[in-house]
Design a protein around this ligand. Structure first.
Ligand code: FE
Length: 140
């Protein structure tokens, strides 16, 4: 047996049936099928609680609440991931738009999209569906 790798580096892979069984219908539709929740309807669009936003599918840390800001869009918006490799990006040409999709690096969950109109210091806006997130509040 070789050395055990750090758990956070291991890919999480499940079948669609397994994901469906472990997620709410809304989280399954958004995170596993590339859906989008309507603006101003998600659980976290206006949340200001301190903590870490984790992947609703695999629990990986994705965004620190300290980087969340009010974008006015009705979706939780962050200017950077909690670690540089937490969130993957890929081109998304669907719906007649050239966009950059944001995914959980660990389990490939669809999170939302990244736009180049965010605040300093990154200038990026990670526009994320609440349904793909689970907030772990800080201990107070
Ligand atoms: Fe994940």
């Amino acid at each position: 047996m070789g050395p055990v790798s750090c758990e956070k580096d291991q890919k999480v892979e499940k079948t669609p049936e397994e994901w469906r069984a472990s997620l709410s219908p809304e989280a399954y539709r958004v995170a596993r099928c590339g859906g989008t929740e309507p603006a101003f309807t998600g659980k976290y669009w206006n949340t200001k609680t301190a903590g870490i936003y984790c992947c609703a599918c695999c629990g990986a840390a994705l965004f620190d609440a300290a980087t969340k800001y009010d974008s006015g869009t009705g979706w939780p918006s962050f200017y950077e991931p909690s670690t540089p490799d937490a969130v993957a990006a890929r081109d998304d040409m669907s719906h007649g738009m050239a966009r950059t999709e944001a995914l959980c690096r660990r389990c490939d969950a669809h999170l939302g999209h990244v736009f180049p109109d965010g605040p300093e210091p990154t200038g990026l806006r990670y526009c994320i569906n609440s349904a793909s997130l689970k907030l772990e509040p800080s201990e107070t």
